[in-house]
Design a protein around this ligand. Structure first.
Ligand code: HEM
Ligand SMILES: *[C@@H]1O[C@H](CO)[C@@H](O)[C@H](O)[C@H]1NC(C)=O
Ligand SMILES: *[C@@H]1O[C@H](CO)[C@@H](O)[C@H](O)[C@H]1NC(C)=O
Length: 335
């Protein structure tokens, strides 16, 4: 009896020790979190250089600011925030993400990232990742489009991915025809909450959409869209827009088209939004309440948007020894 007890306790101690060892092992394995001021010692002017190029670009073409904010979403939801969206086709990877329907032809502003990367490489060759450039650019575009109201710090240290496949955006980016449950689950797949969905959808307060993204399900089919607004859109859009031919654009927010503000939520409430996915935010009491708070309480949306952008910018990031720092954002390094 005594030996059995002793044996059992020895076993228990051994098991406990093994567990402890495993736990220490896990803790000791290198983990590199994103950090504020990551480039302070590696490339002190990196963030200022990015900001300067972004400011000039938006001044020349405000659409680029909207594009930059959308880029963060489309990069981070596919393979994590690793700039896989910027990779060009090669013989080994003939159909990268940028050729996928959610990105092509509607995603604009690829040249902006070339310009930023050139400027940053001139100061610090091989140091600043394209993934961090996308994150900084989205942050700076938010700042300029809100006249400084949506200001936040963006942690960095992301490394660039080496894989990009056009089949993945279709899996992870919900189409504009989505209902609320599909939207919630696509955000949950990336660790984002229902509130993150509502708050990040507020980015549809700037920029444009091609008619093909909303005509079939919002104008050609019965929908809850405001009658006057539908009439205005019918004046801009052909009855059957196609992706390549005859597919003009409409502004997302006709009230304050270039202001990153909470007007989006007022538009949701007045049924003057473009997409089924926008209107879907009113289809549950929980999200409808969030829409009202964002529309009605000053500063409420801005506070949450800043945090949600940082959260989105941390999805499945590659850090430490993972990935690489691309020399050219359009191509992986082969050495
Ligand atoms: C919730 C699911 C979402 C859906 C279904 C969706 C869908 C779309 C679609 C169809 C367009 C129009 C593209 C075009 O035809 O030109 C668009 C534009 C845009 N989206 Fe979203 N989006 C979503 C979430 C987001 C998020 C999370 C952000 C960023 C935080 C974002 C930012 C933008 C911006 C800024 C534009 C305007 C782009 C431009 O002017 O070039 N969207 N979105
Ligand atoms: C991309 O994905 C498709 C479909 O899943 C697959 O057939 C193709 O081989 C993939 N390409 C690469 C380069 O992995
Ligand atoms: C949402 O849309 C999907 C198809 O994408 C459908 O299977 C599902 O039943 C819909 N959910 C609701 C609540 O309408």
């Amino acid at each position: 009896m005594a030996t059995t007890v002793a044996g059992t306790s020895k076993m228990a101690i051994l098991a406990a020790l093994t567990l402890l060892l495993l736990a220490t092992e896990c803790r000791a394995s290198p983990y590199y979190p994103l950090e504020l001021g990551y480039y302070n010692d590696k490339c002190p002017h990196a963030e200022a250089i990015v900001k300067g190029v972004v400011e000039k670009a938006i001044y020349q073409n405000p659409g680029l600011g909207a594009a930059a904010i959308r880029f963060l979403f489309h990069d981070c939801f596919v393979e994590g925030c690793d700039a896989s969206i910027l990779l060009d086709p090669t013989p080994f990877s003939p159909t990268p993400e940028k050729l996928s329907a959610p990105n092509n032809p509607s995603l604009r502003g690829f040249e902006l990232f070339d310009a930023i990367k050139d400027a940053v490489e001139a100061a610090c060759p091989g140091v600043v990742s394209c993934a961090d450039i996308i994150a900084f650019t989205a942050r700076d575009a938010s700042y300029f489009h809100s006249k400084g109201k949506v200001y936040f710090d963006m942690p960095a240290g992301r490394r660039d991915g080496t894989f990009s496949n056009a089949s993945e955006p279709l899996k992870f980016l919900a189409p504009s025809t989505s209902n609320l449950s599909d939207l919630i689950s696509s955000f949950a797949d990336k660790g984002l909450s229902v509130e993150d969905l509502v708050v990040l959808s507020g980015a549809h307060t700037i920029g444009q959409s091609h008619c093909s993204a909303f005509v079939p399900d919002r104008l050609q089919s019965p929908s809850d869209i405001n009658g006057g607004f539908a009439g205005f859109l019918r004046g801009r859009c052909p009855a059957n827009p196609t992706d390549n031919d005859d597919d003009p654009t409409a502004m997302q927010d006709v009230v304050t088209p270039n202001e990153l503000d909470n007007q989006y939520y007022k538009n949701v409430l007045s049924h003057t939004v473009l997409f089924t996915s926008d209107a879907a935010l009113l289809t549950s009491p929980e999200t409808a309440k969030m829409v009202e708070d964002n529309a009605n309480i000053p500063g409420w949306w801005e506070d949450r948007f800043k945090k949600a952008m940082v959260k989105m910018a941390s999805i499945e990031v590659k850090t430490g020894y993972q990935g690489q720092i691309r020399k050219n954002c359009r191509a992986i390094n082969y050495y």
